[in-house]
Ligand binder design. Structure first.
Ligand code: H2U
Length: 348
């Protein structure tokens, strides 16, 4: 028996942010593949689509008309999953049937009036305006009574459930802190109490030293494939400095955040020369008025593509019943992304 190593042998890796394990089976990436092959979607779109409900000047499904916006545009979701006027109430029957009312505000953010663009094809100053919208909305929504968490996210690509190719993201803000940020908050708190520094301050410093999982870096931000990544090309964008939410970012850091968002997504698109689908979102401190020195904000990217423009990873079988599993290692995925060009394939 050879000595245990992470490149050849099955192992489980801990996600210290969530406290959960994932299974890594590097030897399995050599197995033959006879699974599903889909045709990549056509990605030719006009700058303006008269039928798009997010294009400037067009009517949305609910009958409201979008203004003639020039950069970003935010509106309250016409089909909000959370509503601000939901009455308070709860049910608790023998600890077995528990429910409580949930309320909140949901918004949609158009990233650009250009129907044909996506984040990796936008310029950094335009993406910076998206970062500014996130800051404004986090502040405005978060300061409302009864809003204790602001989840900013983006679904990109129809395979991730995105309903419209027009570049856009969403915000769902709620009374309760949702499951993922609760777990991450608890683990970051425990680490901070033990070490006096945020978990991600120490983690990012170590990753920068090691270099093997780094995808891109600028002065104040880094994009990396986390050691505990579940999705094949999962990545996170993290500020090098401990900042608990987007409002703590300096002007320079906001621009660097936009730059990192572009750099990572350009590499994503270049990987299979296709508009790379993902769900991405920012995890940051709750907005209940308390201090969260342990929280270190970060943006997660969960892309489903695995082998080509059409073959995606399925979260089925063992993943649904036991624990998430991956074949290609985080290090292998980071190396592939890192070595890709910084110029978008459509601009070559
Ligand atoms: P997704 O593409 O990630 O589904 O986001 C689009 C959101 O836009 C979706 O939540 C909303 C949908 O409810 N929407 C409106 O608010 N108004 C419309 O006219 C169409 C879609």
């Amino acid at each position: 028996m050879s000595q245990f190593n992470l490149e050849d042998h099955s192992h489980r890796r801990l996600n210290p942010l969530t406290g959960e394990y994932i299974l890594v089976s590097p030897h399995r990436s050599k197995r033959p593949w006879q699974g599903q092959v889909e045709k990549p979607q056509e990605d030719k779109r006009p700058e303006y689509d008269p039928k798009c409900y997010l294009c400037a000047g067009n009517e949305r499904v609910g009958g409201e008309r979008n203004p003639d916006y020039k950069d970003t545009f935010v509106f309250t979701n016409d089909f909000s999953a959370l509503l601000s006027d939901t009455p308070e109430g709860s049910v608790d029957e023998d600890d077995l049937f528990k429910a409580e009312s949930e309320s909140g505000i949901c918004k949609v953010i158009c990233f650009s009036p250009r129907h044909d663009l996506t984040i990796p094809e936008m310029e950094v100053p335009a993406i910076r305006k998206v970062v500014d919208v996130w800051c404004r909305e986090y502040e405005e929504l978060g300061s409302k009574e009864g809003i204790n968490y602001v989840q900013i996210f983006e679904n990109k690509g129809s395979i991730m459930g995105c309903s419209n190719p027009h570049p856009h993201g969403q915000i769902w803000s709620s009374k309760n802190v949702p499951t993922e940020p609760v777990k991450k908050g608890e683990n970051q708190k425990a680490y901070f109490e033990k070490k006096g520094r945020t978990l991600l301050t120490d983690y990012v410093a170590k990753e920068l030293e090691k270099g093997e999982r780094i995808v891109a870096e600028n002065e104040t931000f880094v994009a990396l494939v986390p050691f505990w990544a579940v999705w094949p090309f999962e990545a996170m964008i993290v500020p090098k400095r401990a900042v608990s939410n987007v409002l703590g970012l300096t002007e320079q850091e906001k621009t660097d955040f936009a730059d990192m968002y572009k750099q990572l997504t350009v590499k994503y698109d270049n990987l299979f020369e296709v508009s790379f689908a993902y769900s991405a979102g920012i995890h940051q401190a709750p907005t209940d008025g308390k201090d969260y020195p342990e929280w270190h904000m970060h943006m997660m990217f969960y892309p489903p593509l695995l082998r080509s423009a059409s073959v995606k990873k399925f979260m089925v079988g063992y993943e649904m019943l036991a624990t998430p599993q991956r074949d290609i290692t985080a290090e292998g995925a980071a190396k592939r992304l890192r070595e890709l060009p910084d110029v978008h394939y459509k601009q070559k």
